[in-house]
Design a protein around this ligand. Structure first.
Ligand code: SAH
Length: 394
């Protein structure tokens, strides 16, 4: 297969030779005439050797590599890559009667840069982050429905907010295969309404699945506060784990109404749970000291870009500072950062500063991360984003 060419400047092939899958605009010497956004291009080193093929786009990342060497992006490309991704999830035992929600494709972590696919039972939600994946959405959707064992009947395309807006692709959200059947997904035996039509990201945060399970083990006899609860994920694990009180807080009233619906699905009539549509900082400032002995802090990404890093770290310090000030003695704090721009060390330092200011005795019980269905390509450390600490506060 002959593709149009992108030729690199001298010496700029080094990171690609170490399999980092992005070509930055500054590395490019020349581009063949007529190359358009979303095209597959061949990337050549300055000495004329072929490095591989990838999707072209305009921006600071110009090519996202799909294959290395002379392997073509052929008709079975998506079938093969998706089958490999599904094989990994199968070996992780994520497809069970009591669990049908997981991430099937985590971009570069599944050698499909620019593509995210989350599965909720018979529906897959497909998110494109590059023009190439946008143009290939129908091919990808077809390949998803052909995957044996998965039983995907519906593919919902949700890329209005994830594609580079300058590309003017005018992607519309909607079903590209099938249609609505059910919006109830099962995670570790708990049921959740997943709102892929209007909800955040693909509708649910599948990345906290294992951390929620860990929380369940700490919940017996505790009064739990789930801050930034979204649709209540952590709350139901706490209830199943035997918490005496579970309070869920989110500033979005839509999220709170979904949380209440999810309580009805799993624990109808259970009056241990209450949900509050309130700002987290206000709730923490107003609440009584010692009212909770298990607190979850899972805020949205405070730093979406490196430029916001300093303020983000201040935000994490303040938020955690409030929790250290208020949590009951012998309390357990589950605290997270999903900002890719904030490193594990930086996050830990922000939490350390908050702990030091509170002058309480604090120990780290667990250091958490994203689950195995969000794999990190070792050559692409940018794929790591979720980090968490479980702390014992005396
Ligand atoms: N823990 C959730 C995911 C959290 S996503 C889960 O397991 O599914 C972050 C949430 O924080 C969003 O639902 C968003 O509405 C909420 N949020 C953002 N800013 C907030 C604020 N200032 N106060 C309370 N909630 C906020």
């Amino acid at each position: 297969m002959e593709y149009k060419k992108v030729i690199l400047k001298k010496g700029k092939e080094e990171s690609l030779k170490r399999f980092h899958p992005w070509v930055f605009s500054g590395a490019i010497h020349s581009i063949d005439e007529g190359v358009e956004e979303g095209d597959v291009v061949s990337v050549y080193a300055s000495d004329g050797s072929l490095i591989g093929n990838g999707h072209f786009q305009v921006g600071s990342i110009c090519v996202r590599m799909l294959t290395w060497g002379d392997a073509a992006v052929d008709d079975t490309f998506y079938d093969d890559r998706l089958a490999a991704a599904a094989g990994l999830r199968k070996s992780l035992k994520l497809m069970r009667d009591d669990n049908n929600s997981f991430r099937l494709v985590h971009g570069e972590g599944d050698f499909l840069p620019g593509l995210v696919v989350d599965v909720y039972g018979s529906t897959a939600v497909l998110q494109a982050h590059s023009p190439g994946m946008h143009f290939d959405r129908h091919k990808i959707a077809g390949a998803l429905t052909r995957l044996p064992d998965l039983g995907i009947k519906n593919v919902y395309y949700k890329s209005e907010t994830t594609l580079p807006y300058k590309a003017e692709l005018e992607a519309e959200n909607g079903y590209i295969v099938g249609g609505y059947d059910t919006d109830v997904a099962v995670e570790n035996g708990l049921k959740f309404h997943v709102d892929w039509l209007r909800g955040q990201k693909t509708g649910f945060f599948v990345d906290q699945r294992e951390n929620r399970l860990l929380l369940e083990h700490y919940s017996a006899g505790r009064r739990v506060l789930n801050m930034f609860c979204y649709t209540g994920g952590f709350s139901f694990y706490a209830m199943r784990g035997g918490a005496t009180v579970v309070h869920s807080v989110d500033s979005s009233s839509k999220a709170i109404s979904l949380t209440n619906e999810n309580v009805n699905l799993n624990f109808p009539g259970d009056d241990r749970h209450k949900a509050f549509a309130e700002d987290a900082f206000k709730f923490l400032a107003d609440m009584q000291r010692g009212a909770y002995d298990l607190i979850i802090l899972d805020p949205p990404a405070f730093a979406k870009h490196k430029s916001a890093l300093k303020n983000a770290l201040i935000g994490y310090r303040k938020l955690n500072g409030k929790a250290f000030e208020k949590i009951a003695p012998g309390g357990v704090l589950f605290t997270f950062s999903c900002s890719q721009a904030v490193s594990r060390e930086q996050f830990r330092l922000a939490v350390f500063s908050a702990a030091a200011q509170s002058r309480r005795k604090v120990r780290i019980l667990h250091q958490l991360s994203q689950p195995a269905d969000h794999p990190i390509n070792i050559y692409h450390p940018e794929g790591e984003y979720l980090k968490g600490l479980v702390l014992y506060v005396e």
